[in-house]
Design a protein around this ligand. Structure first.
Ligand SMILES: NC(=O)c1ccc[n+]([C@@H]2O[C@H](COP(=O)([O-])OP(=O)(O)OC[C@H]3O[C@@H](n4cnc5c(N)ncnc54)[C@H](O)[C@@H]3O)[C@@H](O)[C@H]2O)c1
Ligand SMILES: [Zn+2]
Length: 652
């Protein structure tokens, strides 16, 4: 008995610590899998001993809501849901009632309050008793109606979620490691609980309603389904649901299961709700759960396998992530052989070692994770050198989480943006090398410099096995690289990413130097400045770049990989070569000024922002205008032409 009580105390402490991080700080110090396992163990011990200790997380979420956002108590507590992993239990629970089966969305629960047809208030669930007021943030969610036709008071609950597609994009754009998110739920929580709602607005947060609490003066015919339909009419997005009976339940669960893999909205199970409102309410609640709904969690498929090694994968932020590579296993219908271990703390807690027997699963049937390490040899050594640049590594501890970093500021892994520019459409134009893919390839050591992009074939086996890659996308990539190896000098120069040398400037330089790259890279400042569009700042950036041996060597290696079509691009489109335009005022023939600029650049011309003695034409439809640009042009004798004049020049 004592041993059991001790274990219970231990579990309560660990669970409460995890819960506090999870609910209060949008952090996870253990996986949900681990949390649920320990929770179940505690619940079992409480049943066996008949004792429930104070602060037990099975009774309440016992922490304070800590944030700088204003707080507010909920009128009625927002409870958790009792859960099961068994379809039979669900069937029994439903009995002869009609039910509504919906996704259990995995985001942040928010309560909305409308009155006089407008949104008055939005509050997060918080700890169930007290939430945070986020009204200004809710107003910039992607899909919340700010005004509705119903004029009396309306209170509804729903989940704020960020779709997987948005999550991948947004997370990639966050440069700062500490600010990156592990999963869409974290990102959503971080986006909704912002002090600055501009950030919320950029994050594409969606609100999916799942419960109508009260709507004065509306008769719903005692049906939750009717409530959902009514909410849709008011302009809300309602969680996808299906009505079920005991007979159709199992098949409907299967239908949902089939969709999980493709569903863009994060979910962590299903919720079964009684359609009969008054009967559901008559059932009341326990301390922690309402009795009119129950959650269904997917029974995770768990496989045992052997850990082959830990791959250390550096990212652009310097963070080096441990990735577990294991003997391939089938999980939820796909073959899986790798799983992120997230950070050093988790790796150490799992005591990983090569050859260990581990169990793996897919969290919410999607993201592969290690569930447990059965042999715990703990022999993995943390590398002292970065696998990409061999720079020194360093262990940093933030919020009790230990992570490994590369300390070399010149680490290639930190230069994703420059590789990304190099492969972009106007540069080498290589399809299939998104930033995420580049990050993976650099992390795996396939790419250290530009020239390496032309030797990816040697990694065919590894690449085709990468998450998100197949034989077909690999073949496409290799073909795209091959096509890109025949390029033009302006593209290549632009791709080097020298400060201020955009495509138009690169073209201009090439023309002025007659496509003689050797002359260009040894050019003096004076020569460079005489090129239209190149001033002292750009000339210095250019000289500085080619002053460095390592850059020249790198460019030489790159040049040996490509063939340069000398004149191809320039012969055709040179009508406006050497001409410099300034555009002012509105345009009507072209869609906008940008489109006009593109048309000029497509013919080898250049567009600058201010009128100088080098300007060839000022384009302005209002030739009588007295704007500063027009004055300046008149002063300097620069011809002022209309869009139509310009089109004539083009057609000449
Ligand atoms: N990793 C960790 O350290 C850690 C810590 C604490 C909790 N957790 C995870 O959180 C879970 C417990 O979370 P909880 O208590 O917040 O909630 P819960 O899992 O009991 O879910 C209940 C909530 O789901 C929401 N919901 C989403 N879609 C819904 C729908 N269609 N209908 C009705 N409700 C819907 C509602 O807000 C409801 O309050 C644990 O099982 C665990 O997986 C993890
Ligand atoms: Zn490095």
């Amino acid at each position: 008995m004592d041993a059991k009580l001790d274990r219970m105390k231990e579990l309560i402490q660990v669970l409460n610590e995890a819960g506090k991080a999870y609910y209060q700080e949008s952090r996870e110090i253990m996986s949900n899998f681990e949390y649920d396992r320990l929770y179940d163990e505690l619940q079992k011990l409480e049943k066996e001993t008949g004792v429930i200790l104070s602060k037990s997380p099975t009774q309440n979420v016992g922490f304070h809501v800590l944030s700088e956002l204003p707080k507010e108590a909920h009128e009625s507590p927002m409870l958790s849901l009792d859960k099961t992993k068994s379809v039979e239990e669900l069937e029994e629970w439903l009995g002869s009632q009609k039910g509504i089966l919906s996704w259990k969305l995995d985001g942040l629960t928010v309560v909305l309050n409308y009155n006089h047809g407008t949104l008055q208030k939005a509050v997060t669930r918080g700890n169930g008793e007290i939430g945070e007021v986020i009204t200004n943030n809710a107003k910039v969610f992607s899909n919340i109606p700010l005004t509705i036709s119903h004029q009396e008071e309306l209170v509804l609950r729903g989940e704020a979620v960020i779709k997987y597609s948005d999550f991948n994009r947004i997370n990639e754009e966050i440069g700062d490691v500490a600010a990156r998110y592990k999963n869409p739920r974290n990102l959503c929580s971080g986006s909704v609980r912002q002090l600055n709602n501009e950030i919320t607005a950029q994050r594409n947060v969606n609100f999916m309603a799942f419960a109508l609490v009260s709507a004065e003066g509306v008769d719903f015919n005692n049906s939750r389904r009717v409530q959902f339909e009514w909410l849709k009419e008011q302009g809300f997005d309602v969680v996808d649901y299906k009505t079920v009976t005991r007979e159709t339940l199992a098949d409907t669960v299967k239908e949902f299961a089939k969709e999980v893999g493709n569903y863009d909205i994060p979910s962590d199970g299903l919720v079964l709700l009684l359609d009969d409102i008054s009967y559901g309410q008559s059932l009341g609640r326990t301390a922690k759960f309402p009795r009119n709904a129950i959650a269904f969690k997917w029974a995770d498929e768990i496989r045992e396998t052997t850990l082959v090694k830990i791959l250390w994968s550096p990212s652009r932020t310097g963070l080096i992530n441990p990735v577990a590579i294991f003997e391939p296993v089938e999980l939820e219908g796909t073959t899986v052989s790798r799983a992120s271990v997230h950070n050093l703390s988790i790796m150490e807690a799992l005591q990983l070692g090569e050859g260990d027997q581990i169990t793996v699963y897919k969290a919410n049937m999607i993201i592969p994770q290690i569930a447990d390490n059965l042999t715990r040899s703990g022999t993995i050594k943390i590398p002292e050198e970065c696998p990409v640049c061999s720079g020194k590594t360093e262990i940093r501890k933030v919020n009790d989480v230990k992570s490994l970093y590369c300390t070399n500021p010149d680490c290639q892994a930190k230069k994703i943006k420059s590789f990304s520019l190099f492969v972009s459409r106007d540069a080498l134009n290589i399809d299939g090398l998104s930033e995420a893919t580049l990050e993976k390839f650099i992390g795996a050591g396939f790419i250290r410099e530009y020239a390496d992009i032309f030797h990816l074939e040697q990694y065919e086996e590894s690449i085709t096995q990468m998450e998100g890659f197949g034989k077909k996308s690999y073949d496409n990539l290799i073909q795209a690289v091959k096509n890109a190896s025949h390029t033009t000098l302006p593209r290549l120069i632009y791709g080097l990413g020298i400060a201020g040398i955009g495509l138009a400037n690169a073209k201009m330089l090439c023309r002025e130097f007659r496509f003689d790259f050797e002359r260009m890279r040894h050019a003096e400042e004076e020569e460079l400045i005489s090129v239209p569009g190149i001033g002292k700042v750009l000339a210095d950036a250019w000289i500085n770049y080619f002053k460095q041996d390592k850059n020249n060597e790198m460019v030489d290696r790159l040049l040996s990989e490509v063939t340069i079509g000398q004149m191809a691009e320039t012969e055709e489109n040179t009508k406006l070569e050497g001409k410099i335009f300034v555009i002012t005022g509105s345009v009507n023939h072209f869609e906008n000024r940008k489109a006009l600029q593109e048309a000029i650049e497509a013919q080898g011309g250049k567009v600058t922002g201010s009128v100088t003695s080098k300007t060839t034409y000022l384009i302005n439809n209002d030739t009588t205008s007295n704007s500063s640009k027009n004055k300046k042009a008149k002063e300097l004798g620069v011809p002022i032409i209309s869009e139509e004049d310009f089109i004539k020049i083009l057609e000449e």
